[in-house]
Design a protein around this ligand. Structure first.
Ligand SMILES: [Zn+2]
Length: 73
C-alpha cells in the first residue's frame, strides 16, 4: 500500500510518499530517492486503545526524514 502525503521533501519540494508493507512503514521522496522507514513495533507505540495516533506517527516519520536529509547534506 502506498499514497502521496501532504508532507513535502525539504530538499526538492516533491510530495512525500507513504509506503507500508510487511510490517514496516516508510516515507520516501520519489525525486530524491531518500527514504526513512520504521517497523511495526515502533508504530505500535503510537497506538492507544486500538487506534493509531496517525498524525503523531506521521510527524515522527517526517522528523526522521528531515533529519536524514540534514545528515546527508
Ligand atoms: Zn526530494
Amino acid at each position: 500500500m502506498w499514497f502521496e502525503t501532504t508532507y513535502r521533501c525539504p530538499r526538492c519540494g516533491s510530495p512525500l510518499v507513504y509506503i507500508e508493507r510487511r510490517g514496516s512503514a516508510a516515507l520516501r521522496c520519489p525525486a530524491c530517492g531518500v527514504r526513512v522507514w520504521t517497523d511495526a513495533r515502533t508504530a505500535a507505540r503510537f497506538a492507544s486503545g486500538g487506534r493509531l495516533e496517525w498524525q503523531r506517527f506521521m510527524e515522527l516519520l517526517y522528523a526522521a526524514y528531515a533529519y536524514r536529509l540534514a545528515m546527508k547534506a
